[in-house]
Design a protein around this ligand. Sequence first.
Ligand SMILES: Cc1ncc(COP(=O)(O)O)c(C=O)c1O
Length: 384
Amino acid sequence: MNSPEYDLDAVRSQIPILRTHIPMNNCSQAPQCSATRAAADTYLDSWNEAGMDWDAWIGEVEAARAEFAAFVGAQATDVAIATSVSQATASIASGLDFTGKRYGVVASGGEFPTVGHVWLAQERFGAEVSWVPVRDGMIHLDDYASLIGEQTLVVSACRGYYQTGFKQDVGAIAEMAHAEGALLYVDAYQTLGTEVFDAPSSGADFVASGNLKFLMGMPGIAFLWVRPGVAEQLQPSITGWFGREDPFAFDAQQLDWGEGARRLDTGTPPVVEAYVARAGMAWMRELGMAAIADWDAHLGLHTVQGALARGMEVMGPTDELHEPRAPTIAIACADSHAVEARLRERGIIASARGPAIRIAPHFYNTTDDVDQALDALREVMESA
Ligand SMILES: Cc1ncc(COP(=O)(O)O)c(C=O)c1O
């Protein structure tokens, strides 16, 4: 594969930072593109010129909800809007009852810390959290089996492990969870935008993601898909007026619930973030997620092979047949934050995380970008 199905030069012309940098940090923050910039400007202009236009602003929030729903093959009524994955997860947790026969949370050791923290915070309410270990940068299905049982209320399994890019088999974990009557929560933040992902057929009951990584957005917004019928089982105590059947009824003494996943909405939604989030996702859907997924897989493999060929140690899966990996390649590195800073001096933006420097190319990168980044990384690591 030499090039993606879309016009790569045209795509690159929409990302101004490519004139001066090679951004390879999508596991952390996407670059700005013309569409997201214009979307933010639309909101700022509206705020400046109209002073207040809640109808249009809420309309855009609803359009972002619908865009996320389309992105994951779902209906807008099954999507809640949050300000972060932490908040979305906490809202779910606050709606679960850990005081009955089911009190267990089986969480993968690959969960982003914030998700682990939310589950641990439920121990005060009767939850008991057990952890599926990470071994060699991967999480093995067999390790779930011994932990999931009739006491399990929820299984928490990220789709992609933020540290190594390892992808978990959501369908297989869902089968195990459901066979024991447990719910499955999936944090897809590290993979949405790199693969075609259909939430309803994934087996998950909850799928959460923010937008600032592979979805080309910014901080301050997250979305939560909830399987139809599951939201109605929750009465979240983390709630707010946008979670009501009619937020504009202004009745403080009435706690009713919005339709579907809307009951997990909370306060005034993140408006400028919704403008930006929609624009990023819409651009990607326009280019075609299948084509983006193919190019991302190609770039990921090129990065793995290039790193190995340069004598670097790749953490997590390295083999071509090992399908499950996001294009986040973790290269073992003693002082990752210093290496990140030295790469930045050379115009390459990578992302340090603990004992690794992560190179995370995305659909706008070329294989030449990857080669340049790896050559620079080798030089920086050798001179350290
Ligand atoms: C997989 C994953 N989940 C969650 C988060 C953080 O979520 P938030 O800050 O939106 O709560 C991150 C990184 O920031 C992440 O990589």
